[in-house]
Design a protein around this ligand. Structure first.
Ligand code: PLP
Length: 438
C-alpha cells in the first residue's frame, strides 16, 4: 500500500511550505483537510482542477457563494472591463447603485440597502443597527446556527451535550476562548423550530432584547427549513415587544427570487445578505425597511450607527454581483431548485436501497446527508457523536477522492451549470461510499 507521502504532490509540497508561515498553512479553517488541502489550478463551470491535475465536481462552490460556478464568461468580461477603470476608489460608483437597485426591486422589504465585505460584517452591522435603534443590547438567536464570527453572533454555534444545558433554557456557549462574559449574558439562545420554548425564552428577556436573529434554513443546525407558523409566531412576538426581526439570508438567499423569505408570509425588519450577491467576490449587505435603515444615514447631526469599510461596495464586487444576480432569474432558480429536489430524492432512494442508517435534509439547491436513520429536526438532533462525525468524515473523503467536493458537514450547495450527468455520477460514488463507510 502506498502512503500519501510516497506519491508526488505539488499541493502537499506547497502546503508544507505554507505551514511554515501561516497557522495551519491556511487562511480559513473551512478548507482545512488532512493530510493537506489541494491547491486550485483552475475552475470552470461546476468543475475545479487542482495543481496535481485532478478535476472534481464542485458541490461546495466556495461555501455556497458561486451560484453560477467558476469562471462565468459574463462575469469575467464585466469585471475585466471594470478593472480597467479601477478596483476601489474613495468615491461613490454607479455599480453600487445598480446592484442596490436590482436587489431592492427584487425584494419588497428591501427599501434601503448598504453593502459591506462579508456575511460576518453584514450580521455585525445588523446587530449593531438593532441596538442603535432600540437602545437595548440583547440578541436572541437559535442554538447551533452559524452567523459568521462576530462575538455575539457566534455564541452557541458549537454547543455540545456537555455544555448546552436544559432545552428549557439553553446555555450561551462561547466559541472562542476569552469571549467576554458580558457577551454571553447579552445573548439569549433558543431551540430552532420550537415555538413554545422559543416564545417562553423570549418572554423572559423581552425588555432587554434588541433583536431576534434567525436563519430560515440553518446549515449547521441541520439544513432544515423553519416552519411557517414558527416564523409567524416570532414575528408576532417581536412586533408586540418592539424587538427587531432580522433574517440572516447570507446563504439562504439562493432559495428563491426574493430569498427563502418568500416562503413565509412575514416581513422581517432587516435582512443580511452575502455570498451569491457578490458574483464570486467578497460581499455582504444589510437591507430592510427605511425606518430602520435610516439609522445608518450620515446626513444627520448625530449618526446613531456610523458605518464605513475601506472596500465596502468596491466596483469589482458590485459589477460581478450585478451580472450574477441578473442571470439568477426565476427560470434559473426553478431549474437549480428542481435539480436539488432530484438530488434529495435520489439520495433517499439510495438510502432505502442500501439500508444504511442515513437521512437527507435540505431545500432548494442545497442538501445535507446525515449519518442518522431519522432525519434531524433541530440542532440537538443534528449534533453528531464522535462515531457519527467519523462516518461523515469518511464519506466526505470518499466523495472527494472520487471526484466530488462537499462542505465538511456533507452538505452541497449546487451551482447553475450542474446537470443530471453530474448527479448520476454522484449517485454511483455515493452508493459505494454509503455501503462501505456507513
Ligand atoms: C447564515 C450565515 N450567516 C453569516 C455567514 C458569514 O458569512 P461570511 O463567511 O461571508 O463572513 C455565513 C457563512 O457561511 C452564513 O452561512
Amino acid at each position: 500500500m502506498t502512503s500519501e507521502h510516497e506519491n508526488p504532490s505539488k499541493s502537499r509540497d506547497l502546503f508544507d511550505s505554507a505551514r511554515e508561515i501561516m497557522p495551519g498553512g491556511i487562511s480559513r479553517n473551512t478548507i482545512y483537510r488532512e493530510p493537506h488541502p489541494d491547491y486550485l489550478a483552475a475552475g470552470k463551470g461546476c468543475h475545479v482542477t487542482d495543481i496535481d491535475g485532478i478535476t472534481r465536481v464542485d458541490f461546495a462552490n466556495n461555501m455556497g457563494s458561486l451560484i453560477h460556478g467558476h469562471a462565468t464568461p459574463q462575469i469575467i468580461s464585466a469585471v475585466t472591463e471594470q478593472l480597467g477603470r479601477g478596483s476601489a476608489v474613495t468615491m461613490a460608483t454607479q455599480s453600487e447603485f445598480e446592484l442596490a437597485r436590482l436587489l431592492c426591486l427584487r425584494v419588497s422589504g428591501f427599501e434601503k440597502i448598504r453593502f459591506m465585505n462579508s456575511g460576518t460584517e453584514a450580521v455585525m452591522a445588523a446587530l449593531k443597527a438593532a441596538r442603535a435603534i432600540t437602545g437595548r443590547s440583547g440578541i436572541a438567536k437559535a442554538e447551533g446556527t452559524y452567523h459568521g464570527t462576530y462575538d455575539f453572533a457566534e455564541i452557541s454555534q458549537n454547543a455540545a451535550p456537555h455544555n448546552w444545558g436544559d432545552l428549557e433554557k439553553p446555555n450561551s456557549v462561547p466559541v472562542a476562548r476569552g469571549t467576554p462574559a458580558h457577551v454571553l449574558n447579552d445573548v439569549v439562545i433558543f431551540p430552532f423550530n420550537d415555538t413554545q420554548r422559543t416564545l417562553k425564552l423570549l418572554d423572559q428577556s423581552a425588555t432587554e432584547l434588541a433583536c431576534v436573529l434567525i436563519d430560515l434554513v440553518p446549515q449547521r443546525a441541520g439544513l432544515i427549513p423553519a416552519h411557517a407558523e414558527y416564523i409567524k409566531a416570532i414575528r408576532e412576538w417581536t412586533t408586540r415587544h418592539n424587538v427587531l426581526l432580522i433574517f440572516d439570508e447570507v446563504i439562504s438567499f439562493r432559495m428563491g427570487f426574493a430569498g427563502a423569505a418568500e416562503w413565509y408570509d412575514v416581513q422581517p425588519d432587516l435582512t443580511t445578505l452575502g455570498k451569491i450577491i457578490g458574483g464570486g467576490f467578497p460581499v455582504g449587505a444589510l437591507a430592510g425597511l427605511d425606518r430602520f435603515m435610516s439609522v445608518l444615514d450620515p446626513a444627520q447631526k448625530e449618526i446613531p450607527f456610523p458605518w464605513s469599510g475601506t472596500f465596502s461596495a468596491n466596483p469589482v464586487t458590485m459589477t460581478a454581483g450585478h451580472v450574477a444576480m441578473a442571470m439568477y432569474d426565476q427560470v434559473s432558480i426553478d431549474r437549480i431548485n428542481q435539480i436539488g429536489q432530484t438530488a434529495r430524492e435520489m439520495i433517499n432512494d439510495l438510502i432505502a436501497e442500501t439500508g444504511v442508517k442515513a437521512s437527507v435534509t435540505g431545500a432548494g439547491s442545497m442538501f445535507r446527508i446525515h449519518p442518522k436513520a431519522v432525519a434531524p429536526t433541530d440542532y440537538r438532533s443534528t449534533w453528531q457523536t464522535m462515531e457519527e462525525r467519523h462516518k461523515t468524515k469518511l464519506l466526505v473523503e470518499h466523495l472527494y477522492r472520487h471526484g466530488f467536493m462537499m462542505f465538511r458537514t456533507c452538505t452541497a450547495a449546487l451551482s447553475t451549470p450542474i446537470s443530471q450527468t453530474e448527479l448520476d455520477q454522484f449517485s454511483d460514488v455515493l452508493k459505494v461510499g454509503l455501503e462501505k463507510f456507513w
